[in-house]
Design a protein around this ligand. Structure first.
Ligand code: 6PG
Length: 479
């Protein structure tokens, strides 16, 4: 029986497109999906005439893949991954590899990795970014886990990944959950960047009164600049041009404003809290999605508390340029927070991340691909121990030159009553990070006052406590 070079389980959008990408690059596949109708539809249509063999049971699927087997799971993160693994495991042999290409939580990947390695199998947790087009034409791939398995997979992965001037958008990231950790942080930055763009849209539309053609023109123009050129700005410009054929309204205005989330943004924030990393832009983006989902509550509150937004009465073209600058500075902050989190996780979990390489593999294929990643790559190439992107020569002056504009935008938004949590949180990040004298001396005093938690002093070493309220013996007796 002819065997296929790789097996793929899960023929939802990402699985189908990745299968076609792998086949197009010259590798044969066996595919399997829990419901046979999907396999039938795929093999009869998009995979017809291609080197893709449909199979209808896990056993047939496993025997259709050549040994040592490479089996890519493109199933929903969480329980489905464990369910498929438990079906596969008894049929696999020592030396076979399972790759999880979904958005799995890095801790679950680490657990699966340990369990399977124990059983003589190799496990790779791989973030795949780029949506359906990326999966088909070249995603950014973020693999971690078994190094030998990665080396065996590299000929396939380097061909199917997006290609940029300095190579394929894939690299080995580290042990166990390293790949999924990087993908999680990628998604955190994605949340931050999307929220920043949403706030700018709100300002341009509601404070400045721009229509959809103007919004399209502004975002298209910004996409031609070194600072803002990116996939997310490009798709935003495109969205503003799309008109609903039924109502002839811009489609975006017909879409419900309750944003959903599958969890990767929240996990990023949870990990940052655990590692003690300040992540305000990304946190704001996750919180705003939760707030947006409380649609009915917002509608009821608007009836009681809403006042009309005062239109901006200053120089509009000047403010548009300031908004562009504020967006750029804030975007740097979102990436800076993500990179700081990666640095902390690298130390905590011994991932040994190469931050410059991570920036490189994000330059193509993925949702956060952006021109500014070139500067981020260079910054970490020149100084792998860079404490924060804000102090990199590539960004330091750029922000200093634009900070006044950024402050004005945040203050205009506050004055006209448009919420800009991510733009503001980014400014707080910048101001907080460069603040060499925070007011937390008062916090320390309060802690010591009510809880005798002690404090350190600025003028001499040691640990101190003050008797802030000497206990009065008389009052003790009467109580
Ligand atoms: C990608 C994306 C993708 C993610 C979606 C939806 O890199 O291709 O990050 O993996 O699943 O963007 O995420 P939310 O539903 O949480 O917004």
């Amino acid at each position: 029986m002819i065997q296929q070079q790789i097996g793929l389980i899960g023929l939802a959008v990402m699985g189908e497109n990745l299968a076609l990408n792998i086949e197009r690059q010259g590798f044969s596949l066996a595919v399997y999906n829990r419901s046979r109708e999907k396999t039938d539809a795929f093999t009869a249509k998009r995979a017809q005439g291609k080197n893709i063999q449909g199979t209808y049971s896990i056993a047939d699927f496993v025997s259709a893949v050549e040994r040592p087997r490479k089996i890519l799971l493109m199933v929903q993160a969480g329980k489905p991954v464990d369910a498929v693994i438990s079906q596969l495991q008894p049929l696999l042999e020592v030396g076979d590899t399972i790759i999880d290409g979904g958005n799995s939580l890095y801790e679950e990947t680490a657990r699966r990795s340990r369990d399977l390695e124990h059983a003589g199998l190799k496990y790779v947790g791989m973030g795949v970014s780029g949506g359906e087009i990326g999966a088909l034409l070249g995603p950014s791939l973020m693999p971690g886990g078994n190094k030998t398995a990665y080396e065996e997979l590299a000929p396939i992965l380097t061909k199917i990944a997006a290609q940029v001037a300095d190579g394929a958008c894939v690299t080995y990231l580290g042990l166990e959950g390293a790949g999924h950790y990087v993908k999680m942080v990628h998604n955190g930055i994605e949340y931050g960047d999307m929220q920043l763009i949403a706030e700018v849209y709100d300002l341009l539309k509601h404070a400045l009164g721009f229509d959809h053609q103007q919004l399209h023109d502004i975002f298209s123009q910004w996409n031609t600049t070194e600072e803002l050129n990116s996939y997310l700005i490009e798709v935003t410009a495109d969205i503003f041009q799309r008109i609903d054929p039924e109502t002839h309204h811009p489609i975006v205005e017909l879409i419900s404003d309750a944003a959903e989330q599958k969890g990767t943004g929240r996990w990023t924030v949870m990990s940052a809290l655990e590692l003690g990393i300040y992540l305000p832009t990304i946190t704001a983006a996750v919180e705003v999605r939760s707030l947006s989902a409380a649609k009915q509550e917002r509608v009821e509150t608007a009836k009681l508390l809403k006042t009309s937004i005062e239109p901006y009465d200053g120089d509009i073209p000047v403010l548009v340029n300031k908004i562009r600058d504020a967006l750029y500075c804030s975007k740097i902050c979102a990436y800076a927070q993500g990179m700081s989190l990666l640095k902390a996780a690298s130390d905590r979990y011994s991932y040994a991340f190469n931050l410059s390489e991570i920036a490189r593999i994000w330059k193509g294929g993925c949702i956060i691909r952006a021109k500014l990643l070139e500067s981020i790559q260079t910054a970490y190439q020149q100084n792998p121990d860079l404490p924060n992107l804000l102090v990199a020569p590539e960004f330091k002056q750029a922000i200093l030159d634009r900070q006044q504009a950024w402050r004005e935008v945040v203050s205009v938004a506050a004055q006209v009553g448009i919420p800009t949590p991510a733009l503001s949180a980014s400014l707080h990040y910048f101001d907080g990070y460069r603040h060499d004298r925070s007011p937390q001396n008062l916090t320390q005093a309060q802690r010591d006052y009510f809880g005798a938690h002690t404090y350190e002093r600025t003028d001499k070493p040691g640990v101190f406590h003050t008797e802030w309220t000497p206990i009065d013996a008389a009052s003790l007796q009467t109580s």
